[in-house]
Design a binder for this molecule. Structure first.
Ligand code: ADP
Ligand code: ADP
Length: 223
């Protein structure tokens, strides 16, 4: 029996553009998992693994964690059982070395199915990131103004006290935006040239972005 081609999607855009929020919603809608390299690093950090401690020094500065460890971590992650139908990459790839590695990892499935590029200007990205709050238990992401929890400061699902990420402070965000333009933005051209890029207006409210995304993804032919 031939196995169906897996669906690999990539979310691209500045920090704060809404990649994680949309990846989680799409995960539910499509039944394929979100792979967030930022979340994987934070998980490792919480568990005090060697990888987590290495990643921390880069994350604290807003710089990219070295490619070698990042790529190995993703390779390991996509071999897990829950990725048998595919995966939604959020925050990976972040430079051309990682993009080429992802092409190789997905080659057996005909490559990446589509790249969703979220457009948002820097001022709005800054407002989104500085107002971002996360549940330390389930990882649900909120915004103090744009997407507040029902009870201020508490997760709707877990009741846990929401936290602000250490790297979501304005000084670090500036470095992250710089790193995005220098290292990640060339991927827009890379994927455009491959005919894989779809631009999404990231300024729309969360549910409208979701509707637009679903329309794009569901119009893709499924092998
Ligand atoms: P955001 O959602 O705001 O874009 P992430 O959670 O994706 O932030 O990333 C947080 C930090 O984790 C980055 O600033 C970087 O240090 C590290 N990181 C995440 N993904 C990668 C990656 N693909 N390559 C290298 N470093 C990464
Ligand atoms: P990224 O993963 O691209 O860094 P997130 O999904 O974490 O971005 O979103 C950043 C912040 O902006 C979060 O606080 C989130 O609740 C909020 N947010 C996400 N999408 C939207 C949107 N379409 N409109 C307003 N706020 C949003």
């Amino acid at each position: 029996m031939t196995q169906a081609r897996r669906t690999f999607l990539v979310m691209l855009g500045v920090p704060g553009a809404g990649k994680g929020t949309q990846a989680r919603l799409l995960e539910e809608a499509l039944g394929i998992p979100q792979i967030s390299t930022g979340d994987l690093f934070r998980y490792n950090l919480k568990n005090q693994t060697e990888l987590g401690l290495l990643a921390k020094s880069y994350m604290d500065r807003g710089e990219l964690v070295p490619d070698e460890v990042t790529i190995l971590m993703v390779q390991d992650r996509i071999q897990r059982e829950d990725c048998q139908k595919g995966a939604i990459f959020d925050g990976f790839p972040r430079n051309l070395v990682q993009a080429v590695a992802l092409d190789q990892m997905t080659a057996g499935d005909g490559g990446i199915r589509r790249v969703l590029m979220f457009n948002l200007d820097d001022d709005e990205a800054m407002r989104r990131i500085t107002g971002r709050r996360t549940c330390p238990v389930c990882g649900t992401v909120y915004h103090v103004d744009y997407n507040p929890p029902k009870v201020e400061g508490r997760c709707d699902l877990e009741g846990a006290e929401l936290v602000q990420r250490d790297d979501d402070k304005p000084e670090t965000v500036k470095t992250r935006l710089y790193v995005y333009y220098k290292q990640t933005s060339p991927l827009v051209g890379y994927y455009f040239a491959k005919g894989l890029l779809t631009e999404i207006d990231g300024t729309q409210p969360i549910d409208e972005v979701q509707a637009q995304l679903l329309a794009v993804v569901q119009s893709e032919p499924v092998a």
